[in-house]
Write a new protein. Sequence first.
Length: 446
Amino acid sequence: MKKIIETLKNIWRIEDLRTRLLITILFVAIYRFGSFVVLPGINPSELANLHSQTSEGLMSLLNMFSGGAFENASVFALGIMPYISASIVIQLLAVAVPYFQKLQREGESGRRKINQYTRWLTIFILVFQAPSYLINLRLQTQGTNAFMVGDGFMFMLASTLILAAGSMFILWLGERITDKGVGNGISLIIMIGIIARLLPALVEETQTALSGAEGGGLIKLLFEIIALLFVMALAIILTQATRKVPVQYAKRVEGGRQFGGARQYIPLKLFAANVMPIIFAQAIMFIPLTLVGASEHSGWFLTQMKDFTSVPYNAIYVVLIVAFTYFYTAITLNPVQMAEDMKRNNGFIPGVKPGKSTANYIDKVMSHITLPGSLFIALIAIMPAFASVFGIKQGFAQFFGGTSLLILVGVVIDTLQQIESYMMVRHYDGLLNAGHTRPRSSVSAY
């Protein structure tokens, strides 16, 4: 405990890091405050049916990603998922369309153009998704006085603009966190929404255990918490596991090269794509909600797609996770570029020829570790369905693996690693090491 306190003091001593953390906390607080700001003209006391709808099924996942804003009919009800959906489309276009491929090769200017296209596509998605949400809200509040000013065309138009503006404001907050705060802002906002739902779910599960309504009592709750910690530990291990590829660097001597230089390793992660395939796959699984809206006659397939415990839903979910893992790994790790950089720096993999052979070797290694990595992560992703089968309430079952746990673990680790890098530069151990001051002589300045 003393070391943790000392580490926190070290964080506070670093002015740049302290400022970034305070900015992050401020923006997160603004996001959470907005989640409780109800749409103008809506009576929040008349939303009981909407709360009931978001207590189970895929709606509960959508509500969790918005941090409860969905069930509150908040100005942030649509959350960040429209932007995630737009990002998926743009990244797919970057693989298939030459124009977007060219933009990717243009460096910073190309990245800015791609980001601009993503924002415009996000607005386009919101134009369709916001009215769907409002139609669902109208159906869920029939026979009540939820719409205090009526639900005519003008209300729908104004509320659509407010919902779209709310989602774009969340996107702006996420970008500001990335630029001026700590961590990836978009991922951090999603994580905050998940954490906001964790405590109420735990309280509800504890109350059920104490009441003995479903049998098992405190013993069952204890086993549930142990299982949750086990799955969380497994997720941490999987997201940090690596396959190390040895790289030998030849010494430059007069008249040629002399082998036997320093040996280093390329750490190829078992799950190199991190949480992005999970977020992308979940965004695709939310599409049925947009297509169906609140219709009671949605057909067998779409009904199955709205139930996160159904076999068709989980089968498609697994396939999407595996596919997006390969896709995201392919666009983030370029074996050809890695081989060229290695050759340029006078390095080579022992037993493998430099150039094309090295690129093929790295690609082969990545293919071998990506498949088991994606399957392991997919297994954790569908764990909430098994938890529900064993009688755990859905709100708490969502944290037994699934999108929520994987995002939570991945984002926390990434954020801690960024804090760690700031502290290492200032010659301090970070949160992932022992909490004492590191001697200056042991760290080279960057």
